[in-house]
Design a protein around this ligand. Structure first.
Ligand SMILES: [Zn+2]
Ligand SMILES: [Zn+2]
Length: 88
């Protein structure tokens, strides 16, 4: 029986995060999207910004600080976290 998890490569994270985006308001999906890897630990923190807020330096920023954090449970990344890769 399928467990409903789709395995992805790290270059697919941006696309998947956008597909899975969570709207805090009708138009804003700003936040950190957390992805988990082969070891079950978080491997990527991916920022998504809806583009409605600019920082003082003119780059896009989060609408809400601190930005909301969302765990992506439908997709897992074919990678290990840094700690499992060889850290102590
Ligand atoms: Zn936003
Ligand atoms: Zn790990």
């Amino acid at each position: 029986m399928a467990n409903g998890i789709t395995w992805i490569e790290s270059h697919e994270i941006d696309r998947v995060a956008r597909e899975q985006r969570v709207y805090r308001t009708e138009r804003c999906y700003c936040g950190w999207y957390f992805f988990y890897g082969l070891c079950g630990h978080m491997t990527h923190r991916h920022p998504l910004k809806c583009g409605r807020t600019r920082t003082r330096s003119g780059q896009s920023g989060f609408c809400k600080i601190p930005a909301p954090q969302y765990n992506i449970r439908t997709h897992r990344v074919n990678a290990y976290c840094n700690e499992c890769l060889g850290g102590q």
